[in-house]
Design a protein around this ligand. Structure first.
Ligand code: UD1
Length: 416
């Protein structure tokens, strides 16, 4: 079993190149299914969730090659529209395959992606939106069967701006007959990235970043090349890492705007963040101040995925920080691990109150989920002594080579 060893107390100082975004790469890979053609993604991160997506594409009949950060998908000949349970369970966002497979094959049979460490992850919004587009959905024995002889454009209003449901509608509606208007759509930057790729493939989508998306159906799409946008959550994690060590970091290949919702709490903590071109710089004070109230919200609010690494930084701030999680039910499982390191945190439902302590102590801790694992990395960088982190498969889902990135910035960290 792999372990990450961190000896805390070293100030980060240097440069970290930000990889392509997991949450963009996954729907982009799914989108390559829509055209009976070859597509290429560059800046595609090497993550276990990407490997899981490629396994599903191969199962469906695509010819997939991956070299460095470049993935090529030839979706000319699809074998089937069924995704077996073991492939569905390997990755929780696999439900986004539904819209693309039904659009391309007329039939999709998937199993439930299952609950997850963040609490129940329902798919009712995905299914009711697809029904509006003319998909017949039946659910039996944990399988979801979707059929559509013809997809029709429709007016759809999401009750909540779900990222996954927005992606499923986009994927299904591109080649539907007529126009789809999707209101109260998610505005996360990964949605605009997906629309950019689909438009490069010949789709007609407007308003991908506005909350009201208009999709004029076209008969077919063709393949295209696309560069995956930078991972704003990876960037937020390294900003928190720099902040907690009183460090100074430059994040390259990282445009500021998508990351900007995390700036306010870091600035309140005393950090100075500046942007030049596609680089972000952070200079942290020797001791952070409390960050006030951090409430997670859909974009452009503070991202739920960045709360855990910031909470870890707040553990050693002078003062109190209150986190309110409004997106997922069960996001604080990693708090028990931080408590082992001496953090003072009280959790009540969706609220976590963090009282900063003078120092954390190294300990043996285990990742409970992807972003919780990132929180442990951040905390360990600031802790006195050695921390050993296990259950790294969670981190591997969403961070490419975090050990190498942190080493290059001066941290004392290794994996063995
Ligand atoms: C995506 C991201 C995830 C991020 C989340 C919120 C990917 C691969 N994952 O997840 O990292 O944390 O956006 O920014 O991009 N909901 C329902 N019914 C549904 C769908 C969602 O009730 O049919 C609820 C969920 O339970 C959750 C909330 O809506 O409470 C947000 O979910 P959603 O925006 O769909 O997140 P994901 O697409 O799963």
């Amino acid at each position: 079993m792999d372990t990450i060893h961190i000896c805390g107390g070293y100030r980060l100082d240097g440069e970290i190149p930000i990889h392509g975004a997991k949450n963009s790469a996954l729907p982009l890979l799914v989108a390559t299914l829509l055209a009976a053609d070859v597509s290429e993604l560059t800046n595609c991160p090497r993550l276990s969730d990407v490997t899981a997506s490629l396994a599903i594409l191969r199962h469906l009949g695509c010819v997939v090659t991956q070299a460095e950060d470049r993935v090529t998908v030839d979706a000319a000949h699809l074998r089937c529209g069924h995704v077996p349970d073991e492939l569905m369970r390997a990755m929780r966002s696999s439900i986004v395959f539904l819209g693309a497979i039904v659009a391309r094959c007329g039939e999709a049979v998937l199993t439930y992606p299952g609950g997850c460490e963040l609490g129940p992850r329902p798919i009712d919004l995905h299914l009711s939106a697809l029904r509006r587009l003319g998909v017949q959905v039946t659910e039996e024995h944990g399988r979801i069967c979707c059929r559509a002889t013809r997809l029709r454009g429709a007016e759809i209003a999401l009750p909540f701006p779900s990222v996954g449901a927005t992606e499923n509608v986009l994927l299904a509606a591109c080649t539907a007959e007529g126009t789809t208007v999707l209101r109260h759509a998610a505005r996360e930057p990964e949605i605009a990235d997906l629309c950019g790729f689909l438009n490069a493939c010949g789709a007609r989508i407007r308003g991908g970043d506005s909350g009201t998306v208009v999709i004029e159906g076209v008969p077919r799409l063709h393949g295209a090349c696309h560069r995956v946008m930078a991972d704003r959550i990876e960037a937020a994690t390294y900003l928190a890492a720099a902040a907690v060590t009183g460090g100074r970091l430059t994040l390259t290949h990282c445009p500021a705007l998508p990351v900007s919702p995390v700036f306010a709490p870091l600035e309140q903590a005393g950090c100075v963040i500046t942007a030049t071109g596609d680089s972000l710089h952070i200079q942290a004070p020797s001791r952070l101040c409390g960050m006030g109230m951090v409430r997670t919200l859909p974009y452009p609010g503070f991202p739920t995925d960045a709360a855990a690494p910031l909470l870890a930084a707040a553990c050693v701030a002078q003062g109190t920080t209150v986190f309110v999680e409004t997106i997922f039910e069960n996001r604080y499982r990693y708090v028990d691990e931080l408590t082992r390191m001496g953090a003072r945190i009280r959790v009540d439902g969706r609220v976590a109150v963090v009282e900063g302590v003078d120092a954390l102590n190294g300990a043996d801790v285990a990742c409970t989920d992807l972003r919780g694992g990132a929180a442990l990395l951040v905390a360990a960088l600031a802790a006195r002594g050695d921390t050993r982190i296990t259950e790294l498969h969670h981190l591997d889902r969403g961070y490419e080579d975090p050990v190498g990135c942190l080493q290059r910035a001066g941290a004392s960290v290794c994996r063995r």
